[in-house]
Write a protein that binds this ligand. Structure first.
Ligand code: BEZ
Length: 211
């Protein structure tokens, strides 16, 4: 069955470009992003892994460890990383899992046979420090992912985890956020000293608490 939000991210031990990794041990208490790409030495994937490497400081700032996966072999990954670094002007310094036996692809349901029998689709799983899945995304092979959007969702998830707020449609960093329904208006007024605007009893906003 496909993984769902709130499920524990399946653990595994796999060969990667940074040696053998046990996933849960490697995550430790960090947030994590595991994301699959269809194949090495393909154009869209080259830009995606390059973009992820360029955003290294943004992921680090949020305490998110990043790991990529495809069903290619380790020597293929190692050779391809040289091309990514050269063409995308960056240095890939996160691990790429060599999932030749499809262990990880199957655990995370990353092969969608009606799209491709052989290759992983573009899946993204964001995992919290509790090892639970907080976000799943699936893109087709022909569409490169928007990593700015992925960072935006991580910001929203971390705001919810730390402050009991949610984020409205199209929210971006610095804009007002929404008090989650579980917090009463009375408690919200105490909890959010920057002020609470009561638009409706169920729609209460407050300035972003960590700004
Ligand atoms: C790509 O990364 O460019 C790609 C991979 C598989 C199918 C189509 C595009």
């Amino acid at each position: 069955m496909a993984l769902r939000l709130g499920d524990i991210a399946p653990d595994f031990t796999a060969e990667t470009t940074e040696g053998t990794i046990n996933f849960h041990e490697w995550l430790g208490n960090s947030w994590g992003m595991i994301f699959s790409h269809p194949a090495d030495f393909t154009p869209v994937c080259t830009t995606e892994l390059g973009r992820t490497a360029q955003l290294k400081d943004e992921f680090a700032k949020r305490g998110v460890k990043v790991i990529a996966v495809s069903v290619d072999a380790l020597d293929s990954h190692t050779e391809w990383v040289k091309d990514i670094n050269e063409t995308q002007n960056t240095t890939v310094d996160f691990p790429l899992i060599a999932d030749k036996d499809r262990q990880v692809a199957e655990l995370y349901d990353m092969i969608h046979p009606n799209a491709s029998e052989k290759a992983t689709v573009r899946s993204v799983f964001i995992i919290g420090p509790d090892k639970k899945i907080k976000l799943t995304l699936t893109y087709p092979a022909s569409t490169g992912r928007n990593f700015t959007e992925i960072l935006r969702v991580i910001d929203s998830l971390q705001l919810t985890a730390n402050y009991q707020v949610a984020t409205p449609a199209d929210w971006t960093e610095g804009q007002d956020v929404i008090v989650v329904p579980a917090v009463s208006t009375e408690d919200a007024i105490k909890k959010f000293p920057k002020g609470v605007t009561i638009v409706k009893p169920y729609l209460r906003t407050t300035p972003q608490p960590n700004k």
